[in-house]
Design a binder for this molecule. Structure first.
Ligand code: BJW
Length: 247
């Protein structure tokens, strides 16, 4: 970790009132959720870039739904891990903490975090391609056969953001504001290759935040990080957050 010559990170965190946190698939890895670009990221030999696209869905909606059905089933058995819980605790002692997550698994909210911006949607929600309001309970098993259809007859799709699609404008605007206003910006468990999420770390850095990367592997964002922890998120976060006290 590169904190030599700098104020201890825990002291900076203790003093900070606005803390931004960008999370990616790596924070859920210790809950048993496969990451996208790791060795376990392939589904039936397909990388997510091939499945998480509107083109793939247009070509074969049943196939894409099988992928999401498999992930929903897997996620139903996953629970928040100590890293999710440490961030919920951070928000409790530092109410100016906001999580910006690329994850669609809802584990931050399950851990008790309340200020969570979901950049890429949520896998438990579905939406009608014709624009009807939500028609399937978030966690209910999908009706068979796949692909599921809305009562209006149109296809339903997962309410997530695929490549080439724009992010929810309010979520992105809010995330941009958080990045600009943060004194400390934690970048946790993301490969930092998917835009515009990755740029939020650069925005925070340009605006003067102390950027902290927590990831066992180097990423394109490592070069802007003031502090780098090459360890699993749960280990670092329990250490960093433990003992912080509410002002
Ligand atoms: C641990 C750990 C442990 C492991 N502890 N760490 C500018 C330049 C070039 C291209 C673009 C650009 N702007 C936009 C684009 C196009 C595109 C893009 O970014 N492409 C790049 C890949 C090149 N972006 C988009 O299309 C976005 N839309 C958009 O910008 O609209 C406007 C526009 C469109 C077209 C052109 C220009 C503008 C939409 C992006 C949507 C991403 N969607 C997905 C799927 C979501 C639904 C689903 O879940 O199925 O989001 S793809 C997938 O990647 C998912 C993730 O959220 C996202 C990021 O992945 P993440 O979280 O970083 O995971 P991994 O697996 O990559 O990394 C895990 C990390 O954890 C690793 O580093 C491990 O080391 C680490 N780790 N264990 C800590 N225990």
């Amino acid at each position: 970790m590169g904190t030599s010559g700098r104020e201890d990170l825990r002291e900076t965190l203790a003093r900070a009132t606005r803390i931004g946190v960008l999370t990616g698939a790596g924070i859920s890895a210790e809950s048993g959720v496969p990451t996208f670009r790791g060795e376990d990221g392939l589904w039936r030999g397909h990388p997510p870039e091939e499945l998480a696209t509107p083109e793939a869905f247009r070509r074969d909606p049943a196939f894409v739904w099988e992928f999401y059905d498999w992930r929903r089933t897997l996620l139903a058995g996953c629970r928040p891990n100590p890293a999710h819980r440490a961030l919920a605790e951070l928000e409790r002692v530092k109410p100016g903490t906001t999580i910006i997550t690329q994850n669609v698994d809802g584990l931050h909210q399950q851990a008790g975090s309340e200020r969570v911006i979901e950049l890429h949607g949520n896998i438990w929600r579905v939406r009608c391609l014709r624009g009807c309001p939500e028609t399937i309970d978030r966690r209910a098993p999908l009706p068979r056969p796949l692909p599921p259809r809305c009562r209006c007859g149109a296809l339903l799709r997962p309410a997530v953001v695929w490549f080439g699609e724009t992010l929810p404008p309010r979520a992105l605007a809010e995330a941009d504001r958080v990045a600009r206003e943060s004194e400390v910006f934690l970048v946790i468990g993301t490969s930092g290759v998917v835009e515009p999420a990755a740029s939020l770390a650069r925005i925070a850095w340009s605006a003067g935040a102390r950027v902290v990367e927590i990831n066992p592997e180097p990423t394109p964002l490592s070069s802007i990080a003031h502090d780098v922890f090459r360890e699993p998120a749960s280990r670092v976060l329990t250490r960093l957050v433990g003992g912080l006290e509410a002002p």
